[in-house]
Design a protein around this ligand. Structure first.
Ligand SMILES: Nc1nc2c(c(=O)[nH]1)N[C@H]1C(S)=C(S)[C@@H](COP(=O)(O)O)O[C@H]1N2
Ligand SMILES: [Mo]
Length: 504
């Protein structure tokens, strides 16, 4: 009877060990920077008041981080034991306690710099696995009767020990998988971008309109959309990286990282966009890239006159087919190493990616790029073209209403604003129409260059009632955005972005 608290408490500890172990493995596979233990540790470091940090360093010196993790571990064991004890009495409360712990882990993961939705998965897995394991183990806590006690005790210890062992093995696997990603993160964090030999012309005054809720002219890296097929972000050590240019060329070229960053690098603003962006969607972003012109590298390789395509390949086997003229004409098609003043974030292609103004990402923006094969469209196909997407992907002229995105407003002046783009051509005009009425010209902000989106705004004198706003853009070469609706497959969506507004 004395031990009535012991078995449930052990069940709690084993269940939490199982859950966290499995979560480490999931983190290793899907989200190497979202190990629940480590993100909680990082959150504690962020939240700790300065005196606590000083005290920890005074007490533990350089072992302060180990001390923190050991401390978190002890608190976890205590909480897990308590949850187990509670589960034997008030199962619902115990589950709530574990769920609260899991949510704390999710918040910790999501508040890390550059986190994505994937980073919420490990802590979610931990909480679900721990709740299920705890219910299962609780049912097997030993009977107290002297006759069956011994056997059921041994059986319980087998189950609890088994769960803990599975957790431990999973955790070890997960930690091994995470190590590679952490090593590359460390390399990236200490890498200082070389200075640009050619800086981008300053952003013109008036390019950024002061409208609440409009897309920022330059998209912060943490908010930049991410699209790729990489379940695990490739971990490329820059010192091991090289780019091979081969195929229909006179000279095969191999470029190493040291050679690349020693070249005169150029800065340029380019707006990148995904072909899967629906009209009005968010798969578009503008950044200041730092890189070296692909044109120069291809000149070194001397492509054959018969070549009409460059198939770029990433370390994880993704391929994109770019028309060779887009990489050899005078546009800023680059091999990029920097994004908004930082080394490329891991998810955006560290250490090296391509950026080509005017082409959708799937035919040009290869991240973690390691190979360029100079070839022909009739000889090679690329990852997405094999899956039904168009062989060529020039970006279509388009525009988006950022504000208002619905809702209700008072009658009178309502500021409508957004962005418009036709990379490598440029936008000449943006117009707004209310309830399919006449198109009225909006105010167009200065453009950074023809490869970037441009902001616009329109002051609408709104009458009470339900209204629908539409926007359309006209490019510098006179092309007017079509209202004909087409889905994203096979070569990008068309149609007008439309927003319903209620005016009081
Ligand atoms: N290696 C690799 N590069 C890739 C992709 C990919 O799946 N793998 N996706 C492409 C697509 S479809 C787009 S839209 C852009 C997105 O780049 P971003 O994630 O930096 O915004 O990357 C391109 N480069
Ligand atoms: Mo894309």
């Amino acid at each position: 009877m004395r031990r009535q608290w012991l078995w449930p408490a052990l069940a709690g500890v084993a269940a939490v060990a199982f859950g966290l172990g499995v979560a480490e493995l999931v983190a290793g596979l899907l989200a190497p920077r979202a190990s629940p233990l480590l993100v909680v540790g990082s959150l504690m470091i962020d939240l700790a008041p300065p005196w606590a940090k000083d005290a920890a360093i005074a007490l533990f010196g350089t072992a302060d981080k180990i001390a923190l993790l050991v401390g978190i571990g002890l608190v976890l064991v205590a909480l897990a034991a308590f949850a187990g004890w509670l589960h034997a009495r008030r199962p619902l409360l115990a589950r709530l306690l574990i769920v609260a712990g899991g949510i704390f882990g999710i918040v910790a993961a999501m508040t890390r710099e550059g986190s994505s939705l994937l980073d919420a998965i490990p802590a979610t897995v931990a909480l679900v696995a721990a709740v299920l394991a705890l219910s299962a183990l609780q049912k097997r806590t030993p009977a107290e009767s002297p006759r069956d006690g011994d056997l059921s005790r041994r059986r319980f210890l087998g189950w609890a020990g088994g769960a803990t062992a599975i957790g431990a093995v999973a955790a070890l696997g997960g930690i091994a998988l995470q190590a590679g990603a952490r090593a590359v993160t460390a390399v990236r964090d200490t890498f200082v971008l070389p200075r640009a030999a050619t800086t981008a012309p300053p952003v013109p005054a008036g390019a950024e309109l002061a409208v609440d809720g409009i897309s920022p002219l330059v998209t912060p890296n943490a908010e930049f959309y991410r699209i790729d097929t990489a379940l695990q972000v490739p971990n490329l050590d820059p010192t091991q990286w090289s780019l091979r240019i081969h195929g229909l060329v006179e000279n095969e070229v191999v470029l190493t990282w040291d050679e690349l960053i020693a070249l005169p690098l150029e800065e340029s603003y380019t707006t990148l966009m995904c072909v899967s962006n629906e009209v009005g969607g968010g798969l578009i972003g503008n950044a200041l890239w730092l890189g070296y012109p692909l044109r120069e590298l291809l000149t070194r390789a001397k492509p054959a006159g018969s070549a009409d395509m460059v198939l770029s390949r990433s370390s994880d086997g993704f391929t994109a087919s770019s028309p060779i003229e887009a990489l050899t004409d005078d546009r800023n098609a680059i091999l990029a190493v920097g994004m908004n003043g930082e080394p490329l974030p891991l998810e955006h292609g560290f250490p090296v990616r391509m950026v080509v103004p005017g082409l959708y990402g799937y035919v040009s923006a290869t991240k973690w790029v390691t190979e360029l094969e100079v070839t022909r469209f009739d000889a090679r196909t690329a990852y997405w073209t094999d899956r039904g997407w168009s062989e060529r992907g020039p970006i279509k002229i388009s525009s988006r209403i950022d504000v208002p995105r619905g809702g209700s407003f008072d009658a009178g002046d309502v500021v409508v604003a957004g962005v418009a783009w036709h990379q490598h051509t440029g936008i000449a005009k943006v117009e707004v129409s209310v309830d399919e009425g006449p198109w009225r010209e909006a105010e167009l902000a200065a453009a950074i260059n023809v490869d970037t989106w441009v902001q616009w705004r329109y002051v609408w004198d709104a009458d009470p009632g339900q209204h629908v706003l539409r926007v359309r853009a006209t490019s510098v070469d006179g092309e007017v955005q079509t209202g004909e609706e087409q889905g994203v497959v096979p070569d990008g969506a068309t149609g007008y972005d439309a927003v319903g507004i209620d005016i009081r």
